[in-house]
Design a protein around this ligand. Sequence first.
Ligand code: G3H
Ligand code: 13P
Ligand code: ZN
Length: 317
Amino acid sequence: MTYQDFGLVNTNNMLNKALKHGYAIGAFNMYNMETFKAILAAARETQSPVILAVSESALDYMGDDILMSMIRGANIKPNENIALHLDHGHSYEICAHAIDMGFSSVMIDASKLPFKDNIEISARVAKYAHKHNVSVEAELGVISGHEDKNTKSDISLFTHPDDVVEFVLKTNVDSLAVAIGTSHGAYKRKSSTEKLHFDILAKIAELLPDFPLVLHGASNIPKELVKIINTNGGEITNARGIPIDQLRQAVTMNVCKINVDSDLRLAFTAGIRTTLKLHPDSFNPREYIATGMGMVYETVVGEITDIMNSANRLFND
Ligand code: G3H
Ligand code: 13P
Ligand code: ZN
């Protein structure tokens, strides 16, 4: 099967359009029917392109057939500009498998390997992907924090601007995830004054003009959601995300794909906790899960509008 059979589009066409017009595409992580429906409904409501991001562990959780059946069941049309993206693929094999399943882009995350090995595997993935008109994201530098069950990194190794041109030329990848101080999860900054390394981003953008850059670990960690969780029995302390003004600044510097997972996890949890606290006698999962799904939908609509600036972009050239 190819991604065109599912009505999906080539991710890089979306990214290049976003780059040209100065907005970003949200790559929102999905891992079940509820997150899928919420993200898709938000994209449709706002008339925004969107990337459905599926991590290796989310793919394990859903199973290939269930994921692709859901995608098919949603009757996605190419003019809706929806992409399906493998997030943090750690091997050539998983990337090739995702391409064969019908993903429209893959990320090969070999960022922890030595530079030469990262080039070798990223180039191999790009060669296979391009044969299928699928686009490829790679990562240079290490984005710290919790990534998934296969990848946990406690160090933060910023991208060296001196490496980026050689890397892109030798690998032929279509977009590049850069490490400029973001991190995965809900605990991104020790203090509220900590800023992203815009000096590094500026150098990369200068060396790679018109090239799509990607920010991982870019959740904003909305304080309202953390508060709802904590007032309804949760205990999330010292959570701190990337401020919206810094995300918007990054978008002016060639960042045109922004990855968001933790914000949606918080929204889902906040909805479920609220309903269960309000109705301690409830044991109907469809009721409390629906509240979680509704909060994921609201969060995606809000971020498409306030962070990505990608609403009403379906018909731009
Ligand atoms: O950056 C990665 C995502 O947050 C995926 O996490 O493997 O737990 O789905 P996950
Ligand atoms: P967050 O943990 O900041 O949502 O990052 C998600 C991400 O980078 C997925 O690849
Ligand atoms: Zn990531």
